[in-house]
Ligand binder design. Structure first.
Ligand code: GDG
Length: 738
């Protein structure tokens, strides 16, 4: 039975040291709730740091034992690791960078080293628990390297990764000395999830620009497997907040607060202490409201909860001081004997009291300058049993992508915030209800359980997709069988693609001339009377002729347009092919060349090719997509076809391809041994045209092909071909005819 392992920096239980010993308290966070149904089932387990430093081994055993009863496994971090990995690289490098505060980011080699070491430590902890085909779900920015570390040790595992904070624009990542390593770390997963489509796009663009890996509909092709990238907006436990709102205990608290405040409108602000949350900007806006709209004096209160967080990191301590100072100043300026404008709490509230605050509030003021999602906004919505209440929400919170009925604001535009507050406090009840009802529907439907289900289903799907498309590697056993079948066959057809199969790709296609080793290999294979060797390429016939024409081999050029039998002359696959269309298409390609430095056009007799191997990877991929759409539109009612190859787009006649040409070599009675080698999308047509018993071999890293087997690279191809030649010399004739 395979199991599921969840990994996050913090465990969903808070372990604390008290005078009487250690205490264990389940945490109420959204993630813990959402994943509760997973990690508590069967043999599943949650791996993470228990939240305090435990050095003594007896105490570690106690923690381990106690947590294991609740399906958790601790990773213990030393004080130095907490300082360098957690407060250092995680919260002083990654957090500010990913929230667009690069000016707060520190770049310390020691912090990076600790980050690598702690990710390794998590990796070891997971490996102790994980079987070869378990499902592993890694959470958040503290563990960006873990997917790849796990992949190295468990190549077959199903690995998911979810980022809870924003993924920033490529420019921010480029500012980090370790950007490429972090991306590679994440790409160890099979599925990478973000809260929004924007974050996903930023990630794909960084992967393309920093690693040169393109994507197709959000799928990144890694050498050993495709990686799916998708958006999964996280939800909350809606029912919990909705039920609390109508519970006696919560109503009791709400009533008590109401009596204490008197008849004022309540604006609520709840966050962890963090510069990304825009707390100071919010206070400025509230101050401006009181200045510009004195009619609200004594009629409005701001209830501001700031939950202590990371106060050992310098910026957090400074922010705390700034907030204290602002609140003090505003209250001192505006308070009266019976009215205190801001009620400020620097602590955490128990759930029932938090819920009562949500119920009480007329307006929730959620104005982060950056926020991955922001669950407070959703919790406020779920708590509104009578659908009364207005949400003011920053357009830079992930939640803004879903909650279109909120009053959306730019958190740095104080005037807009003031006007939104003024508007929210006067919004007619019917409009409040209409907006709230629409948002409640959405938050109820996409709750945290739906989020978990969607992610897990998609993760399972990504694996199934990989497996159904996977081609077996040509292992020793298969290679021996191939050699045996070759040895006993009296007639053999050998179809070889050229670039990327017989020779490695070169930056300039004209530099891919055959070397002596290859010429000898082909010559020797063709010298065997039982062999018919065909080079089947997309190249023009002149180049093939010049490079290989002296060998006794056949040619298929221009993806099947031109054919030539050994020693014969070239003829067209089909008489009457037209080439006038090139006059219309060529100017379009010229335009793309001028807009895409490094790209070029290759003109063949009956096709045109746009090459972008030498262009910037990101720009090339972008332009290729554009050009593909453009050309597909232009050729929709013609017999032309646009073909996507490796960093090329080719426009050619539909219905003529390597497969149709290869079929001519099969004849009415196909030879008993057929071997086809190719690395490219265009070779798939050859593979598809051949009988199922043919040896079709896909060359290169992508293990998804119609081919029966995969071989790793050109060197492996050459080694295979020379091993076939050795059969002639080492296998005695008696065995050959057996
Ligand atoms: C990260 C991302 C993303 C707050 N005060 C009290 C209290 N809370 C709870 C809230 C809410 C949670 O804390 C805060 O969640 P947020 O989503 O608002 O923000 P982060 O902590 O920064 O979380 C964020 C999230 O991960 C999930 O992916 O949305 O963008 O930054 O659940 O209710 N809970 C209690 N008392 C309090 O006083 N009990």
């Amino acid at each position: 039975m395979s199991k599921t392992i969840i990994i996050s920096n913090r465990l969903p239980t808070k372990v604390q040291r008290t005078a009487t010993g250690l205490t264990f308290q389940p945490s109420e966070g959204g993630l813990a709730t959402g994943l509760g149904s997973i990690y508590q089932a069967g043999d599943n387990v949650w791996v993470g740091w228990p939240g305090l430093s435990v050095d003594e081994s007896a105490e570690q055993d106690q923690v381990r034992e106690q947590l294991s009863a609740d399906s958790m496994a601790p990773v213990f971090l030393s004080e130095a690791e907490i300082r360098d990995f957690y407060e250092g690289f995680s919260n002083s490098t990654l957090w500010p960078t990913f929230h667009y505060f690069p000016q707060y980011a520190t770049y310390e080699q020691a912090h990076w080293d600790a980050y690598v070491a702690v990710n390794e430590k998590f990796c070891q902890a997971v490996l102790e628990l994980a079987g070869p085909d378990d499902t592993i779900w890694v959470q958040d920015y503290q563990l960006l390297l873990l997917p790849e570390m796990l992949r190295r040790e468990r190549p077959e595992a199903t690995i998911g990764f979810f980022l809870h904070i924003p993924f920033p624009s490529y420019e921010l990542l480029r500012g980090l000395p370790w950007g490429a390593e972090l991306l590679r770390g994440m790409l160890g997963a099979d599925l990478i999830g973000f809260h929004t489509f924007d974050y996903m796009q930023h990630f794909l663009s960084a992967v393309s620009r920093l690693l040169g890996l393109s994507n197709h509909n959000g799928q990144v092709e890694m050498p050993d497997r495709p990686v799916l990238v998708d958006a999964f907006p996280m939800g909350i436990d809606y029912q919990r907040y909705a039920e609390a709102a109508i519970s006696k205990a919560v109503q009791h608290h709400e009533q008590a607060y109401r009596e204490a405040l008197g008849d004022t409108r309540v604006v609520l602000s709840i966050d962890r202490l963090d510069y990304s949350k825009g707390i100071a900007q919010r206070l400025h806006a509230f101050e401006e409201l009181l200045l510009q709209h004195p009619e609200w004096h004594e009629r409005v209160n701001l209830l501001m909860v700031v939950v202590p967080s990371r106060d050992r990191v310098a910026q957090y301590a400074a922010l705390k001081e700034e907030i204290d100072e602002l609140v003090g100043r505003i209250n001192a300026q505006y308070r009266t004997i019976s009215w205190n404008p801001i009620h400020y709490f620097y602590r955490s509230f128990p759930f029932d009291e938090l819920s009562a605050l949500y119920c009480l509030a007329d307006v929730a003021l959620v104005t982060p300058v950056r926020d991955g999602m922001n669950l407070v906004a959703k919790e406020f919505i779920a708590s509104k049993a009578n659908q009364r209440g207005v949400l003011i929400l920053s357009e830079r919170a992930g939640a803004a992508q879903e909650l279109a009925e909120a009053l959306l604001i730019n958190p740095t535009d104080t005037n807009q915030m003031v006007e939104s507050l003024h508007e929210a406090l006067r919004l007619p009840a019917e409009e409040q209800q209409a907006r709230m009802t629409a948002m409640q529907q959405l938050v109820r439907q996409y709750d945290v359980f739906a989020w978990t289900r969607l992610f897990m289903d998609r993760l399972a799907y990504s694996k199934i997709k990989q497996q159904t498309l996977a081609t077996d590697v040509l292992d020793t056993q298969a290679q021996n069988q191939l050699r045996h079948d070759y040895a006993v066959a009296e007639r053999r057809l050998l179809l070889f693609d050229y670039d990327g199969t017989l020779v490695r790709f070169t930056h300039n296609p004209q530099h891919a001339r055959p070397d002596q080793e290859l010429l000898k290999l082909l010559g020797n294979l063709a010298a065997d009377a039982r062999n018919q060797v065909v080079v089947i390429s997309g190249r023009d016939r002149t180049t093939l002729e010049r490079w290989l024409g002296h060998l006794p081999i056949d040619f298929i050029a221009e993806h099947g347009v031109w054919l030539r039998r050994a020693g014969g002359s070239w003829h067209l696959f089909q008489e009457g092919l037209r080439a006038e269309w090139k006059r219309d298409i060529r100017p379009i390609l010229d335009q793309y060349v001028s807009r895409t430095p490094g790209s070029s056009i290759e003109e063949k007799d009956y096709s045109l090719v746009w090459h972008y191997r030498r262009a910037d990877a990101g720009l090339g991929a972008l332009r290729a997509r554009d050009l593909l759409n453009h050309l597909t539109f232009m050729t929709s009612n013609t017999d032309l076809h646009v073909l996507e190859g490796k960093k090329v787009l080719e426009i050619k006649h539909a219905g003529i391809h390597k497969g149709t040409a290869a079929a001519q070599w099969l004849g009415p009675e196909p030879p008993p041994f057929v071997l086809a080698l190719g690395d490219d999308r265009t070779d798939e047509d050859t593979f598809a045209a051949l009988p199922p018993e043919a040896y079709t071999l896909k060359v290169g890293p992508t293990p998804r092909s119609l081919a029966r087997y995969a071989v790793s690279n050109v060197a492996h191809v050459r080694q295979l071909l020379s091993s076939l030649l050795q059969i002639e010399t080492i296998v005695p004739p008696a065995v050959l005819s057996a």
